[in-house]
Design a protein around this ligand. Structure first.
Ligand code: UTP
Length: 296
């Protein structure tokens, strides 16, 4: 029986060491991308795909995340008193976006360990996982497509991006077989961050998953892997080998994705999104051209 998927799990408990010292007292998911924290784009994407029950896996410094999606009476009162309805709407928007739930990861023992914290909340339904530092452009549909495939196949579905082989060692990489559907592949094997030059393909897993609840039992039996962490990729590898769990399929994404957990990609994301905005683009574009013209 196909379930209506309603729950999104957003792991945001990583240490964000690539962004230190900015992430010393603040989760990297709260870094602003133009004028919204990265995590808000991700919650908006979940809601747009019909998932308005959101469980966030938090770590240390969780207060900033919780506060962002909560009401802040003092701020609302000040904006109201000033008659600043435009900003008041923006502030209220993030508080009213979704039904938010939080659970602590405790020690950051890996993405698989973070996802396992969602077991009680999710129960026995398929659910989505969206990484809090990965932004998919709202004009490009991915999650809805993945949910469709999950329901159709009753399988586990991950998002794949074709990457330059030179950067394959930074991702989980899939070995794939074609299916009858152009943008869908069957995954026969997965390897987390393969050593340079050993990647079995250039299909990299990016931060979107639609999973069957059996993943929790698999995660409970997954030993620490790369970096001593419990890897979601390792659990998916187990499921790819076990047809009883529905197997693992990949939806190949050909749209725009911004990795805000990486410093260079983060800067690119801000520039790309800002130049397209009506309020910032018209001034930013000519400035950027002149600036780039002055570079070697
Ligand atoms: P990353 O692999 O980017 O790790 O996590 P990180 O620790 O956050 O960042 P760096 O590499 O030290 O800079 C991918 C996603 O998984 C979450 C992160 O918050 C991020 O959204 N995560 C990772 C957890 O929630 N818990 C973990 O134990 C590890």
């Amino acid at each position: 029986m196909a379930f209506q998927i309603t729950k999104a799990v957003i792991p945001a408990a990583g240490l964000g060491t690539r962004f230190l010292p900015a992430t010393k007292a603040m989760p990297k998911e709260m870094l602003p991308v133009v004028d919204k924290p990265a995590i808000q784009y991700v919650v908006e994407e979940a809601v747009a795909a019909g998932l308005d029950d959101v469980l966030m896996i938090t770590g240390r410094n969780k207060n900033a995340l919780e506060n962002h999606f909560d009401r802040i009476g003092e701020l609302e009162a000040t904006l109201e008193a000033k008659g600043d309805t435009e900003r008041l709407q923006k502030v209220n928007f993030s508080s009213d976006l979704a039904e938010m739930h939080y659970v602590r990861q405790g020690d950051p023992l890996g993405l698989g360990h973070a996802v396992l914290r969602a077991k009680m909340h999710v129960g026995r339904e398929p659910f989505a996982v969206l990484l809090g530092d990965d932004i998919i452009d709202e004009r490009d549909v991915l999650l809805t497509r993945m949910i469709e495939e999950q329901s159709k196949r009753n399988a586990n579905v991950v998002a794949l991006l074709e990457v330059d082989p030179a950067v394959a060692h930074m991702y989980g990489i899939a070995t794939v077989e074609a299916t009858e559907t152009d943008d869908v592949v069957r995954i026969t094997g997965l390897v987390e961050k393969p050593a340079s030059g050993t990647a079995p393909s250039n299909y990299a897993i990016i931060g979107r998953y639609v999973l069957r609840p059996e993943v929790f039992e698999v995660l409970e039996n997954t030993e620490p892997g790369k970096g001593g962490e419990i890897q979601l990729t390792d659990a998916l590898q187990t499921m790819a080998e076990d047809s009883a769990s529905g197997g693992v399929f990949g939806v190949v994404f050909r749209g725009r994705r911004y990795d805000t957990g990486d410093r260079l990609d983060y800067i690119k994301a801000i520039v790309q999104l800002a130049v397209e905005r009506d309020d910032l683009g018209p001034e930013l574009r000519p400035w950027l051209k002149a600036f780039a013209g002055g570079l070697d």
